[in-house]
Each structure stands twice: as structure tokens, then as C-alpha cells.
Design a protein around this ligand. Structure first.
Ligand SMILES: Cc1ncc(C[n+]2csc(CCOP(=O)(O)OP(=O)(O)O)c2C)c(N)n1
Length: 307
């Protein structure tokens, strides 16, 4: 969680300094969801993300310098600087991709869940999406197929109460748990700012998804920053944020109760800051992505299918 927070705070500064091309959407305040869910997964599992996916990438274990370089449009980036913040992927760690199209990671994860089932990998596919995706037909279609075919799919809804600049209740008729119930999909709601609660629920649901088919975890959380960096947030004036505790503070308090000293936590924080600075320096030193390489890897050789 500290790595995600420090990385995104640094990204915010780099964006303000003009070192990040395009837009970035930060997940500050939502770190416990990515961290808690990922703690429940195994190396065999796969994940697909959305436009707010830096935390999912880091919690899954992508290379830190590679992520900075990707977001800064550098050739040494995870996708050689061609994906950027919203389309970063790293299949080496089972990260199938972030996605700028709302809900588009969900069918990707559903397909991956089918692959897990067909190949009998024992793994699950996880789809991370915001409450904004509740209005997307592709979520409903994916839930239907996954429920029919009992696919090992874990749907993780990060409910931060906003869809871009509109409060969620002005856009969606059904609540996530009601929608899941309509498809016969077991679902749980959890305090998404409590990393331990998220990890416990995700661990339970992961096991259930592998054995019995899709499950949904709704994490109630808060988006601290605007929709994107630079967003004036005028729409928030008459809509106060949710009254939730900062997940890092919540975790610090929990660790204190488990007798981890403040000095130990501070040392970890300092170590993370150093890692982040080193990654930024490495990314800065890398040459920019080359336009001539823009179309490389668009097409790939498919494996020969035996009929
Ligand atoms: C299919 C599609 N429709 C609309 C948009 C524009 N858009 C970008 S983000 C967003 C809302 C996303 O809300 P949510 O999924 O709840 O994620 P959050 O930003 O709150 O984390 C919308 C409507 C889009 N990118 N894709």
C-alpha cells in the first residue's frame, strides 16, 4: 500500500512537471483493495484492470522502474512506452492489461477464467472495475456467461461512489449485490479501506470461485483525488466525500496493535521512498518510445491449433 501511495504521489508531481504524457487517473485512497485482493491470489491467477490501475499493477508485482518508464512514455517501459498509464500490461505476472474503456477488462478476465477452466490451471481470473461499469452491458453479459459456465472468475467492484463526474446513485438503478443476485452469483460487501478485511473476503471468495463459479466482491472505498490529475473537481462541492479512514492509517493502527513498532513502519516507508526515487531516475534516463516502433507487436503469431 505504501508503494502504491508513494508511486502515485510521485506520479502526480511528475505529471504537474510535464514529465507524463496524456492523462493519469490515481487510486490514492483505494490502495487497500488492490493490496488486499492480491494477497489472496496465487501465481497461477490472472487479473484485468481499468483506467485506475497503477495499484493493481504494483500489488501484482510488476517492475517499478518499468511502470514509471511506461507511464512516462519511455522505451524501457513495460510495453515499451506504447501503452501508457491506461493500457499497461505485463503478462509475465498475469496482469492482462489496464483499460481505458469502462468495463472492457471484465470480458478479458471472463475469457481468461474460461482458459483457466479449459486448461484446468486451478487459477482464477480477477476483474477489477469501478461502480461506473455497473451500467455497462458487457458486465451483465460476462456475469451471465460466467454463471452459466461456472467460470473461476472473481469480480471486484471498487465502489468509490463516483462515475467520472457523476454520483453513482444518479446513474445506476441496481446495487452491485442485487445485480449479482440476479445472476445467482454469490457476493459480499466489505470495507474497502481495511486491507485485512479485503484480504479475508477475497481469500474466501477466491476458493469459492475456483470450486463453484463466479463470485463478486464489492469494496466500499473513497477516491481522494479527482477523476484525473488536473480535474478541478467542481462537481464535488455539494457532495462531501465518504467518511472513511485512510487505508494506510487504518493499516498502521492495526500493525501497531499487532506490536509492530512505529520505527519499523517508518523504516519501511523510507525504504519505499528510496525505491521510488531510484525508479524515477532510471525511467528518466531511458530514451523516449520510438514512433517507428508504434505498430510493433500489434499482430502476433498464433499457436497452431490441432483439430
Ligand atoms: C465505454 C466507456 N464509456 C465512457 C467512458 C468515459 N469514462 C471514463 S472513466 C468513466 C467513469 C468511470 O467510473 P468508475 O468505473 O466508477 O471508475 P472510477 O473512475 O470511479 O474509479 C467514464 C464514464 C469510457 N472511457 N468508456
Amino acid at each position: 500500500m505504501r508503494l502504491i501511495r508513494s508511486t502515485e504521489q510521485r506520479l502526480s508531481e511528475l505529471f504537474a512537471a510535464g514529465e507524463v504524457p496524456g492523462f493519469i487517473h490515481l487510486s490514492i485512497g483505494q490502495e487497500a483493495v488492490a493490496t488486499g485482493v492480491m494477497a489472496a491470489l496465487t501465481a497461477a491467477d490472472t487479473i484485468a484492470s481499468n483506467h485506475r490501475g497503477h495499484g493493481h499493477c504494483l500489488a501484482r508485482g510488476v517492475d517499478l522502474a518499468g511502470l514509471f518508464a511506461e507511464i512516462m512514455g519511455k522505451d524501457s517501459g513495460l510495453c515499451r512506452g506504447r501503452g501508457g498509464s491506461m493500457h499497461v500490461a505485463d503478462v509475465q505476472v498475469g496482469m492482462l492489461g489496464a483499460n481505458g474503456i469502462v468495463g472492457a477488462g471484465i470480458p478479458l478476465a471472463t475469457g481468461s477464467a474460461l482458459a483457466h477452466q479449459v486448461r484446468d490451471t486451478g487459477g482464477v481470473a480477477v476483474a477489477f472495475f469501478g461502480d461506473g461499469a455497473l451500467a455497462e452491458g458487457v458486465l451483465h453479459e460476462s456475469m451471465n456467461l460466467a454463471a452459466l459456465w461456472k467460470l473461476p472468475l472473481l469480480l471486484v467492484c471498487e465502489n468509490n461512489g463516483w462515475s467520472e463526474f457523476s454520483p453513482a446513485e444518479r446513474q445506476f438503478r441496481a446495487k452491485p449485490l442485487e445485480l449479482a443476485a440476479a445472476f445467482g452469483i454469490p457476493a459480499e460487501q466489505v470495507n474497502g479501506n481495511d486491507v485485512f478485511a479485503v484480504a479475508e473476503a477475497a481469500t474466501r471468495l477466491r476458493v469459492q470461485a475456483v470450486g463453484e463459479g463466479p463470485c463478486l466482491l464489492e469494496c466500499i472505498t473513497e477516491r481522494v483525488r479527482g477523476h484525473y490529475e488536473g480535474d478541478s473537481q467542481r462537481y464535488r462541492a455539494d457532495q462531501p466525500g465518504r467518511d472513511l479512514v485512510d487505508p494506510l492509517m487504518e493499516c498502521r493502527e492495526r500493525l501497531r496493535r499487532l506490536r509492530v513498532s512505529a520505527a519499523q513502519i517508518d523504516a519501511t516507508d523510507a525504504e519505499v521512498e528510496q525505491l521510488v526515487e531510484a525508479a524515477v531516475a532510471q525511467a528518466r534516463a531511458s530514451p523516449p518510445a520510438r514512433f517507428a516502433d508504434a505498430a510493433a507487436d500489434v499482430y502476433t503469431k498464433l499457436p497452431t491449433m490441432s483439430t
